[in-house]
Design a protein around this ligand. Sequence first.
Ligand SMILES: NC(=O)c1ccc[n+]([C@@H]2O[C@H](COP(=O)([O-])OP(=O)(O)OC[C@H]3O[C@@H](n4cnc5c(N)ncnc54)[C@H](OP(=O)(O)O)[C@@H]3O)[C@@H](O)[C@H]2O)c1
Length: 370
Amino acid sequence: MSSLILGKLDPAAARRETLALRDRVLGAPPQDPVRSAYPVGAVGEGDGRRVLVLGATGYIGQAVVRELAGRGFAPVALTREGRPVPGCDDLDVTVVAGAATDARDVERAFDSHPVDAVICLLASRRPNDEAECLAVDYEAPHLAADLAAKAGVRRFVHVSDYGVYRPELQTQVHKLRVEGELVGGHFGGLPYTIVRPTAYYPYLAINFGDVKNGAPYRIFDHGEWNLVNPIAREDLAEFLVNALASEDAVGRILPVGGPWTADNVVTLRSAGEMMFDVLGREPVWEQETIAGWDKKTARLRRAGALYPKLRSVVYYLDAAKYWTVVTHVAPPYGTRTFRQYLERLKDREFAAGSFRDRMRSGTSLVPTDV
Ligand SMILES: NC(=O)c1ccc[n+]([C@@H]2O[C@H](COP(=O)([O-])OP(=O)(O)OC[C@H]3O[C@@H](n4cnc5c(N)ncnc54)[C@H](OP(=O)(O)O)[C@@H]3O)[C@@H](O)[C@H]2O)c1
Protein backbone atom coordinates (compact mmCIF):
# COMPACT_ATOMS: atom_id res chain seq x y z
CA MET A 1 0.00 0.00 0.00
CA SER A 2 1.37 3.42 -0.86
CA SER A 3 2.29 6.30 1.40
CA LEU A 4 -0.88 8.14 0.38
CA ILE A 5 -2.87 5.85 2.63
CA LEU A 6 -0.16 5.32 5.16
CA GLY A 7 0.76 8.99 5.31
CA LYS A 8 -0.52 11.22 8.09
CA LEU A 9 -4.17 12.14 7.77
CA ASP A 10 -6.00 14.87 9.62
CA PRO A 11 -9.21 13.47 11.17
CA ALA A 12 -10.90 16.85 11.65
CA ALA A 13 -10.20 18.06 8.09
CA ALA A 14 -11.34 14.73 6.64
CA ARG A 15 -14.61 14.93 8.55
CA ARG A 16 -15.29 18.47 7.35
CA GLU A 17 -14.71 17.39 3.74
CA THR A 18 -16.89 14.31 4.10
CA LEU A 19 -19.82 16.20 5.56
CA ALA A 20 -19.52 19.01 3.00
CA LEU A 21 -19.57 16.42 0.21
CA ARG A 22 -22.60 14.71 1.73
CA ASP A 23 -24.43 18.05 1.80
CA ARG A 24 -23.52 18.71 -1.84
CA VAL A 25 -24.58 15.22 -2.97
CA LEU A 26 -27.87 15.16 -1.07
CA GLY A 27 -28.63 18.77 -2.02
CA ALA A 28 -27.90 18.34 -5.75
CA PRO A 29 -31.03 19.20 -7.78
CA PRO A 30 -32.52 16.52 -10.08
CA GLN A 31 -31.09 18.28 -13.16
CA ASP A 32 -27.54 18.29 -11.75
CA PRO A 33 -25.40 16.81 -14.57
CA VAL A 34 -23.79 14.16 -12.34
CA ARG A 35 -27.01 13.26 -10.51
CA SER A 36 -28.84 12.86 -13.83
CA ALA A 37 -25.98 11.13 -15.71
CA TYR A 38 -27.86 7.83 -15.98
CA PRO A 39 -31.63 7.76 -16.58
CA VAL A 40 -33.10 4.93 -14.50
CA GLY A 41 -34.93 2.04 -16.20
CA ALA A 42 -34.23 -1.01 -18.33
CA VAL A 43 -33.38 -0.13 -21.95
CA GLY A 44 -32.62 -2.75 -24.60
CA GLU A 45 -33.61 -6.36 -25.26
CA GLY A 46 -31.40 -9.30 -26.16
CA ASP A 47 -33.37 -11.03 -28.95
CA GLY A 48 -31.77 -14.33 -27.95
CA ARG A 49 -28.18 -13.05 -28.18
CA ARG A 50 -25.80 -15.22 -26.20
CA VAL A 51 -23.75 -13.59 -23.43
CA LEU A 52 -20.91 -15.40 -21.66
CA VAL A 53 -20.86 -14.47 -17.97
CA LEU A 54 -17.61 -15.00 -16.06
CA GLY A 55 -18.16 -14.86 -12.30
CA ALA A 56 -21.83 -15.88 -12.73
CA THR A 57 -21.91 -17.69 -9.36
CA GLY A 58 -20.82 -14.55 -7.48
CA TYR A 59 -23.00 -12.01 -5.70
CA ILE A 60 -23.43 -9.71 -8.69
CA GLY A 61 -23.13 -12.50 -11.27
CA GLN A 62 -26.32 -14.16 -10.02
CA ALA A 63 -28.28 -10.93 -10.50
CA VAL A 64 -26.72 -10.33 -13.92
CA VAL A 65 -27.72 -13.82 -15.13
CA ARG A 66 -31.30 -13.17 -13.93
CA GLU A 67 -31.39 -9.75 -15.61
CA LEU A 68 -30.01 -11.10 -18.90
CA ALA A 69 -32.55 -13.93 -19.00
CA GLY A 70 -35.36 -11.52 -18.13
CA ARG A 71 -34.37 -9.16 -20.96
CA GLY A 72 -34.28 -11.80 -23.72
CA PHE A 73 -30.55 -12.56 -23.74
CA ALA A 74 -29.31 -16.15 -23.52
CA PRO A 75 -26.84 -16.34 -20.62
CA VAL A 76 -23.96 -18.82 -20.79
CA ALA A 77 -22.22 -19.30 -17.44
CA LEU A 78 -18.74 -20.76 -17.12
CA THR A 79 -18.71 -22.16 -13.58
CA ARG A 80 -16.29 -24.27 -11.61
CA GLU A 81 -17.32 -27.95 -11.77
CA GLY A 82 -20.42 -26.91 -13.69
CA ARG A 83 -22.13 -25.59 -10.55
CA PRO A 84 -25.56 -24.12 -11.30
CA VAL A 85 -25.93 -20.38 -10.81
CA PRO A 86 -27.50 -19.94 -7.34
CA GLY A 87 -31.07 -18.65 -7.39
CA CYS A 88 -31.45 -19.16 -11.15
CA ASP A 89 -32.92 -22.71 -11.27
CA ASP A 90 -36.10 -21.35 -12.84
CA LEU A 91 -34.22 -19.76 -15.77
CA ASP A 92 -32.87 -21.04 -19.05
CA VAL A 93 -29.13 -20.77 -18.36
CA THR A 94 -26.47 -22.70 -20.28
CA VAL A 95 -23.80 -23.84 -17.84
CA VAL A 96 -20.34 -24.76 -19.09
CA ALA A 97 -18.11 -26.53 -16.58
CA GLY A 98 -14.65 -25.02 -16.21
CA ALA A 99 -12.43 -22.45 -14.58
CA ALA A 100 -12.05 -18.92 -15.90
CA THR A 101 -8.36 -19.20 -15.02
CA ASP A 102 -7.83 -22.18 -17.36
CA ALA A 103 -7.26 -21.25 -21.03
CA ARG A 104 -8.60 -24.60 -22.33
CA ASP A 105 -11.82 -24.23 -20.35
CA VAL A 106 -12.42 -20.67 -21.53
CA GLU A 107 -11.64 -21.63 -25.14
CA ARG A 108 -14.18 -24.45 -24.83
CA ALA A 109 -16.79 -22.01 -23.54
CA PHE A 110 -16.26 -19.77 -26.61
CA ASP A 111 -16.14 -22.70 -29.07
CA SER A 112 -19.09 -24.72 -27.80
CA HIS A 113 -21.44 -21.76 -27.49
CA PRO A 114 -20.49 -18.90 -29.85
CA VAL A 115 -21.31 -15.73 -27.95
CA ASP A 116 -22.18 -12.20 -28.92
CA ALA A 117 -20.81 -10.57 -25.76
CA VAL A 118 -18.94 -11.23 -22.52
CA ILE A 119 -19.50 -9.80 -19.04
CA CYS A 120 -16.57 -10.32 -16.70
CA LEU A 121 -17.39 -10.24 -12.97
CA LEU A 122 -14.52 -12.27 -11.59
CA ALA A 123 -13.08 -11.48 -8.17
CA SER A 124 -10.55 -13.41 -6.16
CA ARG A 125 -12.17 -15.11 -3.18
CA ARG A 126 -9.06 -14.39 -1.10
CA PRO A 127 -8.03 -10.81 -1.86
CA ASN A 128 -5.07 -11.21 0.51
CA ASP A 129 -3.54 -14.01 -1.58
CA GLU A 130 -1.15 -12.47 -4.09
CA ALA A 131 -0.97 -15.43 -6.47
CA GLU A 132 -4.75 -15.90 -6.51
CA CYS A 133 -5.35 -12.19 -7.11
CA LEU A 134 -2.97 -12.17 -10.04
CA ALA A 135 -4.65 -15.23 -11.54
CA VAL A 136 -8.26 -14.14 -11.01
CA ASP A 137 -8.17 -10.34 -11.13
CA TYR A 138 -5.66 -9.91 -13.94
CA GLU A 139 -4.76 -13.07 -15.87
CA ALA A 140 -8.30 -14.45 -16.22
CA PRO A 141 -9.92 -11.20 -17.51
CA HIS A 142 -6.91 -10.70 -19.80
CA LEU A 143 -7.34 -14.22 -21.17
CA ALA A 144 -11.10 -13.73 -21.61
CA ALA A 145 -10.58 -10.43 -23.48
CA ASP A 146 -7.96 -12.03 -25.70
CA LEU A 147 -10.20 -14.98 -26.61
CA ALA A 148 -13.22 -12.68 -26.98
CA ALA A 149 -11.31 -10.61 -29.55
CA LYS A 150 -10.29 -13.75 -31.44
CA ALA A 151 -13.89 -14.98 -31.39
CA GLY A 152 -15.05 -11.62 -32.77
CA VAL A 153 -17.46 -10.83 -29.93
CA ARG A 154 -19.25 -7.53 -30.25
CA ARG A 155 -18.83 -6.36 -26.67
CA PHE A 156 -16.65 -7.06 -23.65
CA VAL A 157 -17.94 -5.60 -20.39
CA HIS A 158 -15.21 -5.43 -17.75
CA VAL A 159 -16.55 -4.89 -14.26
CA SER A 160 -13.81 -2.96 -12.52
CA ASP A 161 -13.99 -1.06 -9.24
CA TYR A 162 -14.71 2.60 -8.49
CA GLY A 163 -11.74 2.46 -6.11
CA VAL A 164 -9.26 2.28 -8.99
CA TYR A 165 -9.33 6.08 -9.04
CA ARG A 166 -7.11 5.71 -5.99
CA PRO A 167 -5.48 2.31 -6.46
CA GLU A 168 -3.94 1.04 -3.25
CA LEU A 169 -5.00 -2.62 -3.02
CA GLN A 170 -3.55 -5.31 -5.27
CA THR A 171 -6.92 -6.26 -6.77
CA GLN A 172 -7.41 -2.65 -7.88
CA VAL A 173 -4.01 -2.54 -9.53
CA HIS A 174 -4.89 -5.68 -11.52
CA LYS A 175 -8.26 -4.23 -12.52
CA LEU A 176 -6.61 -1.04 -13.66
CA ARG A 177 -4.14 -3.01 -15.74
CA VAL A 178 -6.99 -4.74 -17.58
CA GLU A 179 -8.65 -1.35 -18.07
CA GLY A 180 -5.42 0.00 -19.56
CA GLU A 181 -5.13 -2.92 -21.96
CA LEU A 182 -8.71 -2.51 -23.16
CA VAL A 183 -8.36 1.26 -23.59
CA GLY A 184 -4.92 0.85 -25.18
CA GLY A 185 -6.30 -1.50 -27.85
CA HIS A 186 -4.21 -4.50 -26.75
CA PHE A 187 -6.95 -6.84 -27.91
CA GLY A 188 -7.09 -5.64 -31.50
CA GLY A 189 -9.89 -3.12 -31.13
CA LEU A 190 -12.22 -5.34 -29.08
CA PRO A 191 -15.30 -3.15 -28.38
CA TYR A 192 -15.36 -2.75 -24.60
CA THR A 193 -17.24 -1.05 -21.81
CA ILE A 194 -15.63 -0.60 -18.40
CA VAL A 195 -17.94 -0.23 -15.41
CA ARG A 196 -16.61 0.97 -12.06
CA PRO A 197 -19.16 0.28 -9.31
CA THR A 198 -18.86 1.63 -5.78
CA ALA A 199 -19.41 -0.79 -2.85
CA TYR A 200 -22.03 -3.56 -2.62
CA TYR A 201 -24.40 -3.89 0.32
CA PRO A 202 -23.10 -7.14 1.92
CA TYR A 203 -19.62 -5.67 2.15
CA LEU A 204 -20.83 -2.45 3.72
CA ALA A 205 -22.98 -4.53 6.09
CA ILE A 206 -20.04 -6.71 7.12
CA ASN A 207 -20.49 -5.82 10.83
CA PHE A 208 -24.27 -6.29 10.83
CA GLY A 209 -23.98 -9.87 12.12
CA ASP A 210 -21.98 -8.69 15.13
CA VAL A 211 -24.34 -5.78 15.78
CA LYS A 212 -27.32 -8.17 15.61
CA ASN A 213 -25.59 -10.33 18.22
CA GLY A 214 -25.25 -7.38 20.58
CA ALA A 215 -21.65 -6.41 19.86
CA PRO A 216 -20.59 -2.78 19.38
CA TYR A 217 -19.91 -1.29 15.93
CA ARG A 218 -16.31 -0.34 15.29
CA ILE A 219 -15.52 3.12 14.01
CA PHE A 220 -12.25 4.88 13.44
CA ASP A 221 -12.02 8.21 15.28
CA HIS A 222 -15.31 9.99 14.51
CA GLY A 223 -16.27 7.42 11.85
CA GLU A 224 -16.77 10.05 9.15
CA TRP A 225 -13.58 9.78 7.17
CA ASN A 226 -15.31 8.89 3.94
CA LEU A 227 -18.61 8.80 2.08
CA VAL A 228 -20.06 5.97 -0.02
CA ASN A 229 -23.13 5.51 -2.23
CA PRO A 230 -23.31 1.70 -2.46
CA ILE A 231 -25.38 0.07 -5.20
CA ALA A 232 -27.91 -2.78 -5.02
CA ARG A 233 -27.06 -5.78 -7.14
CA GLU A 234 -30.41 -5.69 -8.96
CA ASP A 235 -29.78 -2.06 -9.93
CA LEU A 236 -26.21 -2.77 -10.98
CA ALA A 237 -27.35 -5.76 -13.06
CA GLU A 238 -29.90 -3.55 -14.86
CA PHE A 239 -27.20 -0.91 -15.42
CA LEU A 240 -24.75 -3.49 -16.83
CA VAL A 241 -27.29 -4.93 -19.24
CA ASN A 242 -28.30 -1.42 -20.33
CA ALA A 243 -24.62 -0.73 -21.06
CA LEU A 244 -24.33 -4.00 -22.96
CA ALA A 245 -27.34 -3.10 -25.09
CA SER A 246 -26.22 0.47 -25.81
CA GLU A 247 -23.83 1.37 -28.64
CA ASP A 248 -23.19 4.62 -26.81
CA ALA A 249 -21.41 2.70 -24.04
CA VAL A 250 -18.70 1.34 -26.38
CA GLY A 251 -15.25 2.58 -25.40
CA ARG A 252 -16.47 4.24 -22.22
CA ILE A 253 -15.58 4.02 -18.54
CA LEU A 254 -18.75 4.28 -16.48
CA PRO A 255 -18.45 4.93 -12.72
CA VAL A 256 -21.69 4.09 -10.93
CA GLY A 257 -23.16 3.94 -7.42
CA GLY A 258 -26.62 3.77 -5.87
CA PRO A 259 -29.23 6.52 -5.33
CA TRP A 260 -28.18 9.85 -3.85
CA THR A 261 -30.65 9.65 -0.99
CA ALA A 262 -30.16 9.96 2.77
CA ASP A 263 -30.79 6.24 3.29
CA ASN A 264 -28.15 5.26 0.73
CA VAL A 265 -25.35 7.84 0.98
CA VAL A 266 -23.48 6.94 4.13
CA THR A 267 -20.38 7.46 6.22
CA LEU A 268 -19.29 4.37 8.13
CA ARG A 269 -20.73 6.00 11.25
CA SER A 270 -24.10 6.69 9.65
CA ALA A 271 -24.13 3.14 8.22
CA GLY A 272 -23.67 1.94 11.82
CA GLU A 273 -26.41 4.27 13.08
CA MET A 274 -28.71 2.84 10.42
CA MET A 275 -27.96 -0.71 11.57
CA PHE A 276 -28.79 0.11 15.21
CA ASP A 277 -31.90 1.98 14.14
CA VAL A 278 -33.14 -0.90 11.97
CA LEU A 279 -32.57 -3.27 14.92
CA GLY A 280 -34.26 -0.87 17.36
CA ARG A 281 -31.16 -0.53 19.56
CA GLU A 282 -29.17 2.39 20.89
CA PRO A 283 -25.80 2.72 19.13
CA VAL A 284 -22.81 1.26 20.95
CA TRP A 285 -19.43 2.13 19.43
CA GLU A 286 -16.02 0.57 19.72
CA GLN A 287 -13.60 3.32 18.86
CA GLU A 288 -10.15 2.91 17.33
CA THR A 289 -7.95 5.67 16.02
CA ILE A 290 -6.41 5.63 12.58
CA ALA A 291 -3.13 6.69 14.21
CA GLY A 292 -3.25 3.59 16.47
CA TRP A 293 -4.24 1.41 13.52
CA ASP A 294 -1.23 2.68 11.57
CA LYS A 295 1.08 1.76 14.43
CA LYS A 296 -0.47 -1.72 14.71
CA THR A 297 -0.13 -2.23 10.94
CA ALA A 298 3.49 -1.03 10.94
CA ARG A 299 4.38 -3.47 13.74
CA LEU A 300 2.78 -6.39 11.90
CA ARG A 301 4.38 -5.35 8.63
CA ARG A 302 7.80 -5.49 10.30
CA ALA A 303 7.00 -8.88 11.85
CA GLY A 304 5.81 -10.03 8.40
CA ALA A 305 9.40 -9.82 7.19
CA LEU A 306 10.17 -12.71 9.56
CA TYR A 307 6.81 -14.51 9.49
CA PRO A 308 5.40 -14.36 5.94
CA LYS A 309 2.02 -15.70 7.11
CA LEU A 310 1.41 -12.36 8.80
CA ARG A 311 1.41 -10.57 5.45
CA SER A 312 -2.12 -11.72 4.71
CA VAL A 313 -3.25 -10.21 8.02
CA VAL A 314 -1.48 -6.95 7.14
CA TYR A 315 -3.46 -6.94 3.90
CA TYR A 316 -6.73 -6.89 5.84
CA LEU A 317 -5.55 -4.10 8.12
CA ASP A 318 -4.57 -2.08 5.05
CA ALA A 319 -7.90 -2.87 3.40
CA ALA A 320 -9.84 -1.86 6.53
CA LYS A 321 -8.07 1.48 6.50
CA TYR A 322 -8.61 1.91 2.77
CA TRP A 323 -12.36 1.36 3.10
CA THR A 324 -12.40 3.70 6.08
CA VAL A 325 -10.68 6.69 4.57
CA VAL A 326 -11.27 6.61 0.80
CA THR A 327 -14.50 8.14 -0.48
CA HIS A 328 -16.52 6.22 -3.08
CA VAL A 329 -19.20 8.51 -4.47
CA ALA A 330 -20.16 7.92 -8.10
CA PRO A 331 -23.04 9.08 -10.32
CA PRO A 332 -26.22 7.40 -9.07
CA TYR A 333 -28.27 4.66 -10.70
CA GLY A 334 -31.27 2.73 -9.41
CA THR A 335 -33.97 2.97 -6.81
CA ARG A 336 -32.97 0.54 -4.06
CA THR A 337 -31.30 1.71 -0.85
CA PHE A 338 -28.92 0.40 1.80
CA ARG A 339 -31.56 0.86 4.48
CA GLN A 340 -34.04 -1.33 2.57
CA TYR A 341 -31.31 -3.97 2.33
CA LEU A 342 -30.71 -3.87 6.11
CA GLU A 343 -34.47 -4.18 6.71
CA ARG A 344 -34.44 -7.38 4.64
CA LEU A 345 -31.34 -8.71 6.36
CA LYS A 346 -32.45 -8.09 9.93
CA ASP A 347 -34.68 -11.16 10.29
CA ARG A 348 -32.16 -13.53 8.79
CA GLU A 349 -30.10 -15.78 11.02
CA PHE A 350 -26.45 -15.98 10.08
CA ALA A 351 -23.27 -16.92 11.87
CA ALA A 352 -21.66 -13.52 12.27
CA GLY A 353 -19.90 -11.64 9.54
CA SER A 354 -17.27 -9.48 11.16
CA PHE A 355 -14.06 -8.32 9.62
CA ARG A 356 -12.26 -10.98 11.66
CA ASP A 357 -14.52 -13.71 10.22
CA ARG A 358 -13.85 -12.34 6.76
CA MET A 359 -10.14 -12.74 7.41
CA ARG A 360 -10.53 -16.30 8.64
CA SER A 361 -12.97 -17.61 6.05
CA GLY A 362 -11.60 -15.69 3.09
CA THR A 363 -15.10 -14.64 2.11
CA SER A 364 -17.96 -12.59 3.50
CA LEU A 365 -20.37 -14.51 5.76
CA VAL A 366 -23.20 -12.07 5.13
CA PRO A 367 -25.91 -14.05 3.28
CA THR A 368 -25.69 -13.48 -0.46
CA ASP A 369 -29.27 -14.45 -1.30
CA VAL A 370 -30.80 -11.31 0.23
N1 LIG B 1 -17.17 -6.16 -3.43
C1 LIG B 1 -17.36 -4.92 -3.79
O1 LIG B 1 -17.88 -4.10 -3.03
C2 LIG B 1 -16.97 -4.51 -5.20
C3 LIG B 1 -16.95 -3.16 -5.51
C4 LIG B 1 -16.66 -2.77 -6.81
C5 LIG B 1 -16.39 -3.73 -7.78
N2 LIG B 1 -16.40 -5.05 -7.45
C6 LIG B 1 -16.20 -6.03 -8.56
O2 LIG B 1 -17.49 -6.47 -8.96
C7 LIG B 1 -17.41 -7.79 -9.54
C8 LIG B 1 -18.41 -8.72 -8.88
O3 LIG B 1 -18.11 -8.83 -7.48
P1 LIG B 1 -18.84 -9.88 -6.54
O4 LIG B 1 -18.89 -9.28 -5.18
O5 LIG B 1 -20.09 -10.35 -7.19
O6 LIG B 1 -17.78 -11.09 -6.52
P2 LIG B 1 -17.91 -12.48 -5.75
O7 LIG B 1 -19.26 -12.64 -5.13
O8 LIG B 1 -16.71 -12.61 -4.86
O9 LIG B 1 -17.80 -13.56 -6.95
C9 LIG B 1 -16.58 -13.84 -7.54
C10 LIG B 1 -16.77 -14.71 -8.78
O10 LIG B 1 -15.47 -15.02 -9.30
C11 LIG B 1 -15.33 -16.45 -9.36
N3 LIG B 1 -13.97 -16.87 -9.01
C12 LIG B 1 -13.25 -16.49 -7.93
N4 LIG B 1 -12.07 -17.12 -7.92
C13 LIG B 1 -12.05 -17.94 -9.01
C14 LIG B 1 -11.09 -18.86 -9.53
N5 LIG B 1 -9.92 -19.07 -8.93
N6 LIG B 1 -11.39 -19.52 -10.66
C15 LIG B 1 -12.58 -19.31 -11.28
N7 LIG B 1 -13.54 -18.45 -10.83
C16 LIG B 1 -13.27 -17.78 -9.71
C17 LIG B 1 -16.27 -16.98 -8.30
O11 LIG B 1 -16.57 -18.34 -8.58
P3 LIG B 1 -16.89 -19.37 -7.37
O12 LIG B 1 -18.32 -19.07 -6.98
O13 LIG B 1 -16.70 -20.69 -8.00
O14 LIG B 1 -15.92 -19.07 -6.27
C18 LIG B 1 -17.46 -16.03 -8.46
O15 LIG B 1 -18.26 -16.44 -9.53
C19 LIG B 1 -15.96 -8.23 -9.34
O16 LIG B 1 -15.25 -8.00 -10.53
C20 LIG B 1 -15.48 -7.30 -8.22
O17 LIG B 1 -14.08 -7.13 -8.23
C21 LIG B 1 -16.67 -5.46 -6.18
